[in-house]
Design a protein around this ligand. Sequence first.
Ligand code: SAM
Ligand code: SF4
Length: 328
Amino acid sequence: MLIDKFGRVHDYLRISLTESCNLRCKYCMPEDYIFPASLPKHYMSADEIDRIAKIFIDLGINKIRLTGGEPLVRKDAKHIFELLSKYSSLELNDNPIKLTITTNGILVHQFIDVFKKANLHSVNLSLDTLMPDRFEAITKRNYFHKVLSNMHLLLQNNFHVKLNVVAMKGVNDDELTDFIQLTRDFPLHVRFIEFMPFQGNEWNKNKLISFKEMFDHASHYFEIVALENEKHDTAKKFKVLGHEGTFAFINTMSEPFCSDCNRIRLTADGKLKNCLFSKGEIDLLTPLRNGEDIIPLIVSSIEGKHQKWGGQELFDHSENRSMIAIGG
Ligand code: SAM
Ligand code: SF4
């Protein structure tokens, strides 16, 4: 098992498939960001992703999330699902790993059957506004209706859908109740995420809406009950009485959940990040390609993990990658 010096067991791996995307969300991608060529040599190949995933599973990982950039723009995304689905198969494993994805939803209709075959546990879909014009202002692309119809397609196909909403003051803070209202008729799980600072995303404190502000606002309009949290839950969960779905707050900034962290990140170019905010990274891909054993590198990276926020006391995000290059 991968245990750090604070006793935290790391059993959740997030793998970024690409740094490219079909949207350009302001809060994630720097304005002057240039996409890498379609599948650069320094990216992990599908087979390398499979080999590294297996090594992590042998070290105790029981949940894998595919992310990016937009994971579904990668040309061999279907093949990667096929390769990883052997770990999530009930027929083959006593303890199948949970395979999940975070996506902006634009290409979901092309992957529904792939998701089913891969026994996908749940789908996190990102959507920050319910207004088409505002969607275009945030993402610089006109795909609102595609995302919304794919959200419904996932629900019709009985996927557990979590809707990720980055809450930003002056951008979408007036839509909090509209998102909660969506949970009335649909079994959706809306998650309001506090806006986090990354390289080039123009974060400042004034754009942050804290959990308390959001909670007070929601309680003013709805009769809310708190739900029980599971271990390692990063979200504080709630439900409006009588609603089908739930909503939650992910308070990375105002109430960091580092003390219970179980996450490891692997970037598309095969670098291990032991924390979303860590400045340092460990290259796993080069040694893997050289035929070296990467297990000692993984173990020492986890052992060296900082207690909180990647060891950054002052919230200095200038030496971290941008979110799109990390894999959210
Ligand atoms: N393209 C996919 C998507 O948008 O769902 C996956 C990658 S994206 C980087 C993963 C998640 O990170 C999304 O839910 C996105 O909203 C969130 N995210 C990106 N930048 C963020 C920021 N600065 N603060 C909070 N969440 C952020
Ligand atoms: Fe692309 Fe997702 Fe980042 Fe938006 S949040 S730019 S969809 S990777």
